[in-house]
Design a protein around this ligand. Structure first.
Ligand code: PS7
Ligand code: MN
Ligand code: MN
Ligand code: MN
Ligand code: MN
Ligand code: MN
Length: 352
């Protein structure tokens, strides 16, 4: 049997932290503040899923290569020395897969219970991604219904919510009752993923990736690409508003989930991305810029959000209330969903 030595450990661990910084702006900061018991397992979980997503996102890899690579990803986690250099040169996190052997080494160092959770979620997510890739190859409108949209978001983000919750409970840092409430941790992921899909509309379109469900966009334009034509500006804005309305429906579940967390570092880790998401949705709401370029909340706003969302549940709810009010104010009677948006904002404003 292979004798592990301390020098190997330090080197691969250091590499993992370097990749955490290289591959994420926001997650890196919150992961590093986690309780010591979970800091490294969540870092490895993140890098495993980031590696998987780097294969999913690369539209230059053909399906013949991509599908088996995704479906077999959970076994790759146990293949010593596995690396991958098949990504296009411009793929953002290419280097992580080029040196993925470091992540595998650290995955194997984790407690077996943590390994099992990471492996199970990787297995489910990677097969969901593969199913979606197969469907997208044969059909331009691969996301037809809102149900299919929710399903895609469940595979790529709802499952992360499940995996993280299982890790929190396994580490004795969250109430096991949270595991029984699947809808809540699923909503935690869906709210983040839907925000990402709403914000990235232009980038995804340029990359020939379409996640907005036909059931929603077809009420506003005849063809998906019409969303980007200047003459359809009002229709595009109403469509954007309906997508945001759909995302806002997860907010109550997210606040319920967060209310159930008792350990401060876990609370902060979960709350910060949710606060960033509601701020991002408010920034995107009826903002035509999203159809032309990538919009992002400012560093200053992000800092203020971090402070506000980590004091206590009250200040976090206050943050949500503030952004719901801003959306409420931007809502316009010209929008066919005016009433529904108004009701949804009112609901969030009154929560707690
Ligand atoms: C394990 C911390 C906190 C209960 C890499 C955090 C893609 C929005 O769509 O590349 O490719 O453009 O911009 C994070 C629930 C997941 C969901 C997910 C793993 C919250 C790979 C984040 C993050 C659950 C699948 C943005 C989901 O990536 O997206 C760990 C609780 C990774 C969380 C993907 C998306 C993240 C995302 P896209 P991005
Ligand atoms: Mn991605
Ligand atoms: Mn992706
Ligand atoms: Mn995206
Ligand atoms: Mn992205
Ligand atoms: Mn609702």
């Amino acid at each position: 049997p292979h004798e592990r030595n301390d020098k190997d450990d330090t080197v691969t661990q250091k590499k993992c932290f370097e990749f955490l910084d290289l591959t994420s702006r926001s997650f890196s900061a919150v992961i590093k503040e986690l309780h010591p018991e979970l800091l490294f397992p969540v870092c490895v979980f993140y890098l495993v899923l980031r590696g998987l997503d780097t294969i999913e996102d690369d539209t230059s890899i053909d399906l013949k290569t991509k599908e088996p690579l995704l479906r077999g990803f959970k076994d790759i986690l146990e293949q010593d020395g596995w690396t991958f250099n098949g990504n296009r040169p411009e793929e953002k996190d290419r280097e992580l897969l080029v040196q993925f052997d470091n992540v595998i080494a650290e995955f194997k160092n984790m407690k077996p219970a943590y390994q099992a959770i990471v492996k199970d979620i990787t297995d489910k997510m990677s097969n969901g991604m593969a199913d979606y890739c197969v469907k997208a190859e044969s059909d331009d409108a691969s996301v037809k219904t809102i149900e299919e949209y929710d399903m895609y978001c469940y595979y790529v983000a709802g499952l992360v919510g499940e995996g993280l919750t299982r890790l929190f409970v396994e580490a004795d840092l969250a109430n096991p009752a949270l595991l029984k409430r699947a809808r809540l941790h699923k909503s935690m992921g869906l709210f983040l993923q839907k925000t990402n899909i709403i914000r990235d509309i232009r980038e995804d379109f340029d990359d020939e990736r379409r996640f907005w469900p036909q059931e929603i966009w077809s009420k506003h334009v005849d063809k998906f690409e019409d969303l980007f034509k200047p003459e359809n500006r009002d229709a595009a804005l109403n469509c954007n508003a309906e997508m945001i309305l759909n995302a806002l429906e997860h907010v109550e579940d997210c606040l319920f989930y967060l209310a159930g967390l008792r350990e401060q570092s876990v609370f902060n880790f979960c709350a910060i991305p949710q606060a960033m998401a509601i701020a991002t949705l408010e920034l995107c709401f009826r903002n035509y810029d999203v159809f032309e370029r990538n919009v992002k909340i400012t560093k200053g706003d992000a800092c203020e959000l971090m402070v506000q969302s980590t004091q206590n549940l009250q200040t976090l709810c206050q943050t949500f209330r503030t952004f719901a009010r801003k959306v409420h104010k931007k809502n316009t009677a010209k929008d066919p969903n005016f009433l529904k948006i108004s009701i949804e904002c009112g609901r969030i404003e009154k929560f707690i």
